[in-house]
Design a protein around this ligand. Structure first.
Ligand code: F6R
Length: 260
């Protein structure tokens, strides 16, 4: 696992967007796995700037969703499909046909989960999966004690996650209890995992992810099992890392051609 400590969220966004742009230059039909929430927004804005500047093309890219609320109408402004349309597809000029995601409006959740797994396989798998992290260490919506081998399925959100996400709704009663999320086993099949964490509120979860044991109680610790996982953190999110100086030193000494 590589840990990169950046000065702020914008620098993290730029670093990850450059990795995405480099991927698109070598593989124009790449599948980009995207996350929602506040953390990835600087990545999407930096990637948009690169696409506008002609540094990366998105005519053949496909965009794969990580997770979705169950029961929100697809056109609800806070369904993750709507959020990704607003934050990623429209600004980057990517057509809706290039979007892969689970159907959170379904009445047959197991079938929707199986269909999404099949769609990811048919697309050739995810090349780069961007992840955020919950204050409880969740990735996607794999809450603590999710199986590290799990596949796309329904999960129940913890009360902490509902409280954390209430800021996107008028009040907490509107935050759904259930979600469809790629499983940890599904996420681990992406070729490159890139987790971005910013702010002091993520410092404990980041320390458990990077320096704690691999344990389902901190789902993000499963990244330790992946051969190409990059954790990008700002100073505040890195503040509880015991090996912070080592991580700074190794990144500073890295050849610039290597990327993340
Ligand atoms: C949502 C997702 C979640 C978020 C996490 C952090 O698609 O994957 O794991 O990344 O809840 O959310 P923010 O970035 O809003 O703190």
């Amino acid at each position: 696992m590589e840990v990169v400590i950046v000065p702020d969220a914008e620098a993290g966004g730029e670093l990850i967007a450059e990795a995405m742009a480099a991927l698109l230059r070598r593989k124009p039909g790449a599948v980009l796995g995207v996350a929602t929430g506040s953390t990835p927004l600087p990545v999407y804005r930096a990637l948009e700037a690169k696409v506008r500047a002609g540094e990366a093309g998105v005519t053949r890219v496909r965009i794969a969703q990580l997770d979705e609320y169950v029961g929100l109408p697809a056109e609800h402004p806070e369904s993750y499909r709507s959020v990704l349309r607003r934050e990623v597809l429209e600004p980057l000029g990517i057509s809706a046909d290039a979007f892969l995601g689970p159907d959170g409006t379904t009445t047959d959740v197991p079938a929707a989960c199986a269909a999404y797994e099949a769609a990811l396989t048919a697309a050739g798998g995810v090349d780069l999966q961007l992840l955020g992290i919950g204050t409880d260490g969740h990735i996607g919506f794999n809450e603590p004690c999710s199986s590290l081998a799990s596949r796309t399925r329904i999960k129940t959100l913890t009360e902490q996650t509902r409280v954390d996400n209430a800021r996107f709704f008028d009040d907490i009663s509107q935050v759904p209890h259930h979600v469809i999320t790629q499983g940890i086993g599904t996420i681990l099949e992406a070729r490159h995992l890139v987790l971005l964490a910013t702010g002091e509120g993520k410092a404990d979860a980041v320390a458990a992810t990077v320096e704690g044991p691999v344990a389902a109680v901190c789902p993000a610790s499963a990244l330790q099992l992946h051969a190409h996982a990059t954790v990008v953190v700002d100073e505040a999110a890195a503040s509880k890392l015991k090996l912070a100086e080592y991580f700074r030193h190794t990144f500073a000494a890295k050849p610039s051609w290597q990327g993340i």
